[in-house]
Design a binder for this molecule. Structure first.
Ligand SMILES: C[S@@+](CC[C@H](N)C(=O)[O-])C[C@H]1O[C@@H](n2cnc3c(N)ncnc32)[C@H](O)[C@@H]1O
Length: 233
């Protein structure tokens, strides 16, 4: 019994809170959702991705990292049909669920990928290929010994700058004050970014960006911290 308790505690310390509260597995396996035309099969892909052929046009591309169940990307894509939206999510169950939602909504300007963002951005995205990067409620990894797992780190921010076109925007919202201060420190030390105010993207019900986690956190009365930067030449 004692050994079981130690194991449970060890697992709980490794997985972030959102996984402990409701694992994506409850959404079901791969066969449950129809992801056709939305979810990209990148299992064998290598080298730079050709975004024009992925979307079948040359419109501007915005990236969302950690798109979860897809609430933001759906709203954004519906309100900006002139823009292509690419969503990265490493939890396969969330990504497939989101892809099915996008397909049912009939949105043709969204593609989703099951991928780890650090690797995908670094290895697959061409220079200056994006007009915006959205990162909403990234996992904060609050324990000091887990801070190195945080997504926003100096080398990754250099990659984000590389893939943003001049004038492109990096938009981040978190509910975690410690992570916010870390992100601000990293961005203030990064070259090639100017500070801007987070543009208002949804105005329905007073939300800033309109993600699933945002809705949940509004109901809990939590504070949000936003950071936005513009890539200059
Ligand atoms: C706290 S949730 C927020 C989801 C969504 N943005 C929202 O606000 O509702 C963080 C999401 O980012 C995903 N994620 C975390 N790190 C990631 C990474 N390195 N690459 C891709 N997805 C990641 C998680 O699987 C999870 O779905």
């Amino acid at each position: 019994m004692a050994a079981l308790c130690v194991l449970v505690r060890a697992v709980a310390s490794v997985y972030p809170a959102y996984m402990r509260q409701g694992s994506p597995q409850h959404l079901g396996g791969a066969g449950k959702w129809n992801t056709e035309g939305v979810l990209l099969d990148e299992s064998q892909a290598k080298g730079e991705i050709d975004l024009h052929s992925v979307f079948g046009n040359t419109r501007p591309v915005e990236l969302e990292i950690g798109s979860g169940k897809g609430t933001f990307i759906l709203e954004r894509a519906a309100s900006r049909p002139e823009v292509n939206l690419l969503g990265l999510e490493y939890a396969g169950a969330y990504c497939r669920y989101a892809a099915d939602r996008v397909r049912r909504a009939g949105l043709v300007n969204v593609r989703l990928l099951i991928a780890e963002a650090g690797r995908f951005v670094t290895e697959r995205l061409p220079d200056a290929s994006l007009t915006a990067v959205h990162i909403y409620f990234p996992d904060p990894w609050p324990k000091r010994r887990h801070h190195r797992r945080r997504l926003i780190q100096r080398p990754f921010v250099r990659q984000l700058r590389r893939v943003l076109a001049p004038g492109g925007q990096l938009l981040i919202v978190t509910d975690h004050l410690g992570y916010f201060m870390h992100i601000r420190r990293v961005l203030d030390g990064a070259e090639g970014f100017a500070r801007i105010v987070l543009p208002r993207m949804t105005d329905a019900t007073g939300q800033i960006v309109g993600t699933n986690f945002e809705r949940k956190y509004i109901a809990q009365g939590r504070a949000f911290y936003s950071i936005a930067r513009l890539r200059y030449v």
